[in-house]
Design a protein around this ligand. Structure first.
Ligand code: ZN
Length: 72
């Protein structure tokens, strides 16, 4: 995720990668996914934060998501 990204909201280039966090990492789970499989592995939600307007874009790695869905 080192490629330069433009903010989806304002088009700015001052966008830095990060993670969404509460007391731990946040994971995305499709509705029909096996809960147990996701609790063991999960798909980490990464974010791109725009330092110009504050927009936070949430993204997951598609290949990781696909591989977990195959295991469900
Ligand atoms: Zn922005």
């Amino acid at each position: 995720m080192n490629e330069e990204k433009n903010c989806l909201r304002c088009g700015g280039t001052n966008v830095k990668p990060g993670v969404l966090q509460s007391t731990g990492k946040i994971y995305a789970r499709p509705n029909n996914a096996n809960v147990e499989t996701f609790l063991k592995t999960g798909v980490l939600v990464n974010v791109n934060i725009c330092f110009d307007c504050g927009h936070v874009e949430m993204v997951v790695v598609p290949d990781k998501l696909k591989s977990i869905m195959k295991a469900c």
